[in-house]
Write a protein that binds this ligand. Structure first.
Ligand code: B4P
Length: 190
């Protein structure tokens, strides 16, 4: 049976991590969040985590080679998974190409790129709200929140065209209750 490999896409605060948790449960997929993997490295104070910390705290992207290497290791570790949800990855064209190369080598391509669409003011509100309890430095102030959204607009949102060209891009309205949005995603997965 072919694998259900999905890219869950969207700006910071769009609900990627939130919705991934519902989807991995429903489809028994392995959740690969580069943000979570990097935060685990930071917490463990590894060399990689220490190198990523300043960039992440400031709302900048971590180097492509680092995140691609992390994803490659995880895909190797979960080779028998029925599929992956890629959450927060890819974020640049180099990452998208590397992911395609890795998956095409196994003949297990991305099935769909689901893009959660949420207006900027709602994103800022969500990030600052999460900042009250998350302890994440990058969620603490409006300037950093808006910078992360600007980085997304500049570096990451062009990937919509990359996946459109492959016929895999699907826009999903990311405003509403969490359950409503899960329903939209499930419908799009089909
Ligand atoms: P991420 O961990 O990916 O963080 P994020 O963009 O904030 O998304 P997240 O998934 O956590 O939040 P969500 O939208 O679910 O990245 C953090 C940093 O790591 C990056 O800035 C970068 O430095 C680095 N990084 C990660 N991946 C990288 C890569 N590939 N390349 C380079 N650098 C990389 O949720 C946000 C909030 O909204 C939550 O509090 C949630 O409860 C709330 N929410 C969700 N759905 C909602 C709804 N329907 N209504 C109201 N609130 C909702």
């Amino acid at each position: 049976m072919s694998k259900l490999n999905i890219v869950l896409f969207g700006p910071p605060g769009a609900g990627k991590g939130t919705q991934s948790n519902f989807l991995i449960e429903k489809y028994k997929l392995v959740h690969l969040s580069t943000g979570d993997l990097l935060r685990a490295e930071m917490k463990a104070e590894t060399e990689l985590g220490l190198a990523a910390k300043e960039l992440m705290d400031n709302g900048d992207l971590v180097a492509d080679t680092i995140v691609i290497g992390m994803i490659r290791n995880m895909m190797d570790a979960y080779n028998d998974a029925p599929g992956f949800i890629f959450d927060g990855f890819p974020r640049t064209e180099a990452q998208a190409k590397a992911l395609d190369d890795m998956l095409n080598a196994k003949s297990e391509p991305i099935v769909a790129m689901l893009s959660l669409e949420v207006p900027e003011e709602e994103l800022v509100k969500r990030l600052l709200e999460r900042g009250k309890t998350s302890g994440r430095v990058d969620d603490q102030d409006e300037v950093t929140a808006r910078k992360r959204i600007a980085v997304y607009m500049r570096e990451t949102s062009p990937l919509k065209d990359y996946y459109k060209a492959q016929g895999k891009y699907k826009a999903i309205d990311g405003v509403g209750s969490m359950a409503e949005i899960t329903e939209r995603l499930v419908k799009a997965i089909g």
